[in-house]
Design a protein around this ligand. Structure first.
Ligand SMILES: Nc1nc2c(ncn2[C@@H]2O[C@H](COP(=O)(O)OP(=O)(O)OP(=O)(O)O)[C@@H](O)[C@H]2O)c(=O)[nH]1
Ligand SMILES: [Mg+2]
Length: 301
């Protein structure tokens, strides 16, 4: 046991906010590691992502959640259950807003934080790099401060790595005294295959338009470490319709090949070893609306 074991602090911090506010970008910056996928499209994150920040006398377990929305189909309903669960598990909440987003109505904050009860909530005003006149931030801050008893308000730019130190400084003393929850060299408790599937999904979000990325689920069917050879990974991209399947594959398989090339580069960077990646496309009609499918795909808790 370390000398000051009784002084160790450890706790859970949940990141929440509307889709596309920059929650996953923030998690990656805080950990200085890309573990949560980021795209320009909303609803990128579907399952909670755990990221662990280890310090000499603290461990902060961050939970990145799907953006808050009104569910229109079963998958979205499960996504929102992830959010509710992560709010309940948290010691402290980081509520993020994109200050340039007109969809964001400050009045929604009370509703969105209803499950937070008495828990401390820090408001993060993200994307300040896009604000020309920093004075414009002040009325925004007071509007929010009047609507919810935030512990503090921190203007940040997750993308530009601006304000990260302030967040950590604020969080450490807010963590309860506790031994660490995970070994202190862990960066996440999720398995490699989860991150591999997420990286493939990120490339699909980046390469395809409209409904196609939203219709895709990625399943890792095989993940074999082979001594003296590259790891073998076989992944199935599951989509909802044959028309989407043909778009994903593209002329002479060119589109899918691109997904594979981009994904492999990132997977190798993430795993720090070379891999052989094989991709397939399958159709499971309307999987986003089917509870049994969602359970099998690991979206239900
Ligand atoms: N200009 C600017 N863009 C940012 C900043 N932080 C994030 N972004 C961009 O905002 C978009 C959404 O970022 P994400 O991190 O995926 O957002 P999210 O909140 O996790 O989104 P969901 O998973 O859909 O809920 C991406 O294009 C990011 O590059 C920032 O500080 N400034
Ligand atoms: Mg996200």
């Amino acid at each position: 046991m370390a000398k000051n074991a009784d002084k160790f602090r450890a706790g859970y911090v949940t990141l929440l906010g509307l889709p596309n506010t920059g929650k996953s970008t923030l998690l990656n910056q805080l950990l200085a590691h890309k573990i949560s996928i980021v795209t320009h499209l909303p609803q990128t994150t579907r399952k909670n992502v755990t990221g662990i920040l280890n310090g000499p006398d603290y461990q902060i377990v961050f939970i990145d959640t799907p953006g808050i929305l009104k569910p229109r189909y079963n998958l979205q309903r499960e996504m929102m259950k992830n959010v509710t669960g992560a709010i309940a598990d948290a010691d402290v909440l980081l509520y993020m807003v994109d200050i340039n987003d007109k969809r964001q109505s400050p009045k929604d904050v009370q509703h969105q934080l209803a499950g937070a009860k008495e828990k401390p909530v820090i408001l993060l005003m993200n994307k300040i790099d896009l604000v020309k006149n920093k004075k414009d931030l002040l009325p925004y801050m007071s509007t929010y401060a009047a609507l919810y008893p935030f512990k503090t308000i921190i203007p940040i730019s997750a993308e530009k790595n601006d304000g990260m130190d302030l967040i950590v400084k604020e969080l450490i003393p807010a963590m309860p005294f506790s031994p660490p929850y995970y070994p202190t060299d862990y960066i996440s408790d999720q398995q490699e295959r989860f991150f591999v599937a997420e990286i493939i999904r990120e490339k699909i979000f980046k390469l395809f338009k409209q409904e196609v990325p939203y219709s895709c689920h990625v399943e890792i069917e095989a993940f074999q470490e082979r001594p003296g050879e590259k790891d073998y990974i076989r992944a199935a991209v599951i989509t909802e319709r044959t028309t989407q399947k043909s778009i994903l594959i593209g002329k002479q398989g060119e589109s899918l090949k691109k997904v594979g090339e981009y994904a492999r580069e990132d997977i190798e960077r993430f795993l720090d070893r070379p891999v052989y990646l094989e991709l397939f496309v399958k159709v499971t009609q309307d999987w986003r609306k089917k509870d049994q499918q969602l359970r099998d795909m690991g979206y239900s808790q």
